[in-house]
Ligand binder design. Sequence first.
Ligand SMILES: Nc1ncnc2c1ncn2[C@@H]1O[C@H](COP(=O)(O)OP(=O)(O)OP(=O)(O)O)[C@@H](O)[C@H]1O
Length: 253
Amino acid sequence: MISIHNVSKSYHQQNIAYQAISNVTLNVNKGEIHGIIGASGAGKSTLLRLMNLLEVPDAGEVLINNQELTKLRGRSLRKARQTIGMIFQHFNLVANKTVYNNVLVSLELANYPKKDRRARVTECLKFVGLETHADKYPAQLSGGQKQRVAIARALANQPEVLLCDEPTSALDPNTTAEILEVLQTINQQLGVTIVIVSHEMEVIKSICNRVSVMEKGQIFDTVNIMPKGFTTPDKNPQWFVDQLTKAGDLHHA
Ligand SMILES: Nc1ncnc2c1ncn2[C@@H]1O[C@H](COP(=O)(O)OP(=O)(O)OP(=O)(O)O)[C@@H](O)[C@H]1O
């Protein structure tokens, strides 16, 4: 599905080159949820951004469905990129557009048939459970709801791959579980291949079936794992109290 061959990427700052990715080769198989984990600065986000050419590699090849992205330019690159959706830690929504229009933008950019746009936006918002929030603005939403809008926007053009850059790192544990559940449903019901970068071990262990561990711009190892699932979100205030007091080292005021 995604093949990265001998890819390298360096950043240049004040004439000093920093090698963020060194000669990485990686295959992400169709239908899997592939995690990328490692210490801060290991190169996780850079590797993810190389997969849709948000970062252009200095060397090596990036292929999606055997099509070499690194050889495409202009219109054909834009078309190939439509098979890849992406979501981010801080959602990247347009603040002065409604939820509906945030999703619509991605259809407009892809020249989606005009007559079908309304139905497609509504379908995507329904999928993430936000159809009643279409006229709200991002500032009126919770973090989890913002990430759902970003997911709806990423799904609008029916991508085959969804790249997720720290998708839950700005969210509390309960909202994290809700978003992981949405991602798992996208994988299972829509057959979308998912690549998820996270520094949170629990997040990676919960839904991934293959994980690459990065260190200093390289892949240290790739392992197959059995996703261990996530606990159902519990919003009951007593649950928070129990979590705080169960170790016995805190007392009620
Ligand atoms: N646009 C940039 N310009 C200069 N250096 C960059 C840029 N983006 C990343 N880097 C550097 O490349 C290295 C890898 O960064 P990257 O964000 O890919 O790591 P990461 O593993 O995702 O880290 P984190 O978990 O902290 O986000 C870091 O040392 C970072 O400072």
